[in-house]
Design a protein around this ligand. Sequence first.
Ligand code: S3P
Length: 448
Amino acid sequence: MSAHGNPIPMISRKCGPLKGTAAVPGDKSISHRALIFGALAVGETKITGLLEGEDVLDTGKAMQALGADVIRHGEGAWSVHGVGVGGFSEPEQVIDCGNSGTGVRLIMGLVSTYDFATTFTGDGSLRKRPMARITDPLAEFGATSYGRSGGRLPLTLVGTATPVPVTYETPMPSAQVKTAVLFAGLNTPGETVVIEKEATRDHTERMLKGFGADIRTETTPEGYNKITLKGQPELKPQVVAVPRDPSSAAFPVCAALIVSGSDILVPGVSQNTTRNGIYTTLVEMGADITFENPREEGGEPVADLRVKYSNLHGVEVPPERAASMIDEYPVLSVVASFATGTTTMRGVKELRVKESDRIDAMARGLEACGVEIEEDEDTFIVHGRGANGVKGGATCATHIDHRIAMSFLVCGMASQDPVAIDDGSPIATSFPVFERLMADLGAEISRG
Ligand code: S3P
C-alpha cells in the first residue's frame, strides 16, 4: 500500500470500568521474521498466530516476489515454502512495504548480497524515514543504493555478487539495523559480526538459531553484545507459534490502569527482557499488575497479566531501558498524564524517526488535552495531572502512525471530555482488531 487510504476519524469517550480478557494478536516483530525465515529455509515452514496486520502482509508479498510460496490456511495459520539461503530471484516489481520500517529494512538486508537489483517504496510515513542507517552498513558488504535525498524511499538497492563479511558496530540501538546486517551476512561467505552497545530485541538471533544457523552472542569486556553469524547456512523449516505482541498488549494494559474500577486479564505477554521495559516502568509507577502463570510460548518467556486500575505516580525512566520499550513511550506518556507528579523519559531520540516523530506527535496532542509537556531532542517530560485531571476535548493528529492513534484513543477513555483523532486507519498496520477488542472490554470508541 504506497498510497495511504481514506482517513478514518475516530473518537474515544470516558467509559465505565474495563473488564474481561484482552487476547491481543501475534507479535509484529516475530511475524515479519517468521515469514522471512520461512522464505530462507528449504521446504515448508508452518506458522500459527501470525499477525495479519498490513505491515506483515506486505512482508509476505515481498517474500512471494522474491520466489517463496506464501499461503494462508486460516486465521493466523500460514505456510511458507522457502527457497533456501542464496535462492532468491530478482523481483519483477517494486517492493512496497507500506508503513513498515521493519519490513523494508529487514528485506533490504536480505537482498543486498544477491546479484540483482531491488526497488523499494512505502507509504507517506515510510518515504520520510531515514534509510542510510541500513544502506551504509550494506555498502560495506558491497551493495550500492540509489535513493532520494537522505537515502529516502523510493530506493533501488543493487546487491553484490561477491559480498565480503563485515564487522559492524551499530551506531544507534536498533534491532532493525542489527538484523539487516545479519541478513546480509546470511548470503555472505565467512563470519559476519554485529556489535551493539545496548541490547535490542533479540528475536532475530533466537530464530536464526531455531532455524539451524550457526550464531552466537558473547558479552565483550566493555559489556557490549557481540553477535557472530557464520554465512551461507542451510536453514531448516520450522513450526513457528508466534506469541502475542507485548507492544500491542500495552494498550489495553495502560487503558485498564487509568480507567477507574478496571480489572482485566491480558494473557501470554512476553517477559523477554529485550521487550518488557514498559511493564517494569508501570510497576515502578505503582501499577497493580500481577504476572501469573509464567511459562514459555513460541520460544519466548510469557506470563498472563492481571491488571487493575491504579493510583500512579511519575518516575524517571532510565535511558538504558529505552531499547526494551521503544514502541511503548507514546502510550506511557498518556499513562504519565494521569499520574501524579512528573515522568521524565531520557535517551529517547530514536522516537523522532519512527512512523512519525513520536515525541512531537504526543507532545502536541497531550498539550491540546491540557497536559504540560517539556521536550528536547533526546528527552520527553510529562507533568502528570492526576487520575481525573486530564481535560481532553481535542482532536489529535496521528501522522500515519498506528501507535499515536491508539495512544490518544486510550487517553480519551479516562479524560474529562472525549479525545478525537484525525485518522485511525493506520491502526490496521499492527493491531487490526483493536476497536473490537477494546469495545469488548467496555471502551467507547466510535468512528466519524
Ligand atoms: C523492530 C525494531 C524497533 C521497533 C520496531 C520493530 C524490529 O525498531 O521500533 O517497531 O522488529 O526489529 P528499531 O530497530 O529501529 O529501534
